[in-house]
Design a protein around this ligand. Sequence first.
Ligand code: ME8
Length: 517
Amino acid sequence: MNNKPFYITTPIYYVNDRPHIGHAYTSVACDVLARFKRLSGEEVFFLTGTDEHGLKVEKSANAAGVSPQALADANSQHFRDLTQMMNISNDDFIRTTEKRHIASAQKLWQDMQARGHITLGSYSGWYSVRDEAYYQESELVGGKAPTGAEVEWVEEPSYFFKLSAFGDRLLEHYAKNPQFIGPETRKNEIVSFVKGGLKDLSISRTTFSWGIPVPGDEKHIMYVWLDALANYLSALGYPDTDARLYKTFWPAALHMVGKDIIRFHTVYWPAFLMAAELPLPERVFAHGWWTIEGEKMSKSLGNAIAPGALVDEFGLDQTRYFLMREVPFGNDGNFSRQGMINRVNSELSNNIGNLAQRTLSIINKNCGGMIPQPNAYTAEDEALLADAKNLYILPEGKGSSLHDLMEAQQFHLALERVLELSSAANAYIDVQAPWKLKKEDPDRMNTVLYVLYCVIRKISICLQPFTPDSSSKMLDQLGVAENMRDFAYVGEEFCPRPGTVLLPPQPVFLRFTEKAA
Ligand code: ME8
């Protein structure tokens, strides 16, 4: 097993808003990977948190008639609650108003400044509060930001980061490290953006005060994106580069972000790190954007879906599964209630749930509730067992294994592989009809049920990162010891012995039915 430490991060979310399924999506994707890596025997550090400074938060607080700190405290808690609600296994939760972060962001600034990459000047140009981003006149579309956000004219003294000096080094980095930006289409966008020429970046503001003071010039506060990006270092103990976490986990293995903030993570962030002479993260992956029943999610439309509403109605693991399964990871997607019902019923309930329930109830009824003793395998048995064997790691050159798909953040395809195996097992059970064999050929019945047992154990182990609670219930029912559930034990040779007594079966993935109005 690979023991390389794996540091994975979500974006830190702005506290001007309540969590919705967009935020839950990124956090669940990171959680699935963090769990997958832990099960693979890797040391993992998984960070999430909240981004609490900046004009957007200050304005929201003013509008609500509370202090920015009070707004941040209340809304940061909602994001912390989201991690609990979605069963996110983060190791830390960082807030940018914490002392440890302020010290880290200021040190990053000083590191960049000491090396001559920051100069004082004055900024005049367009700024979008919603995006917390500067725009060139030439980027505006009909007087608005390219994202559709309102822009305002800003004129003030400002420190600048000499981003223009980093274009060639960034392009060289992208070329030498083809995995640095995923998916490929996003990489092409970023490469052409950088090739178009980079302008120096305004990195301080003087006309409002909700931010981290610039070291040595407290009239200025830091640009919220420089402040926010530093969070990835702060949580590891930076500026103490001898801190255990920093030494173990920096540079990050993966910053997972939405496509809206890829430029900040693949242009500004690596340039800041180059300027401070710190190592660069290995990869940034930008996933796509969810719409709701075909519409953009927005405050004004009031159509944002609260993750809690989905969890209450459909179940936690069902929601996690749906988010990872519905949309090819990296593409935009649409949430529809019908889509959710279809995934829950046809895949979790009818396919995987039904396979487990059918098999385990026959074992319970016909085999005294014990794992049956197999006899000689037929070609059909061998074929299904070979499919199961190949699920996690495939022989060289035979398509993509679950392991490879997870490494490439292709979660929807990883789940498709699991479903394919489950469908094959359902087809096998239909043909073998073990319920008929008790009288006709009990030895054969035992073999069929044993083969199915092995396949269900494999499926349950592989689903753990996606549906942790349900998988754990399945593994309990299968009599799999808690210390034998990671990928080191995925092989058939680690199946519990025939004769092991099983708990009475209970359905795990129930069918969703609409409540009568
Ligand atoms: O950008 N579909 O915070 P933010 C998919 N504070 N993902 C979505 C989404 C949607 N409709 N809406 C939001 C910020 N997201 C900064 C980040 S990091 C140093 C600072 C997810 O609260 C997606 O991951 O606006 C997106 O990138 C993130 O939430 C934006 O969260």
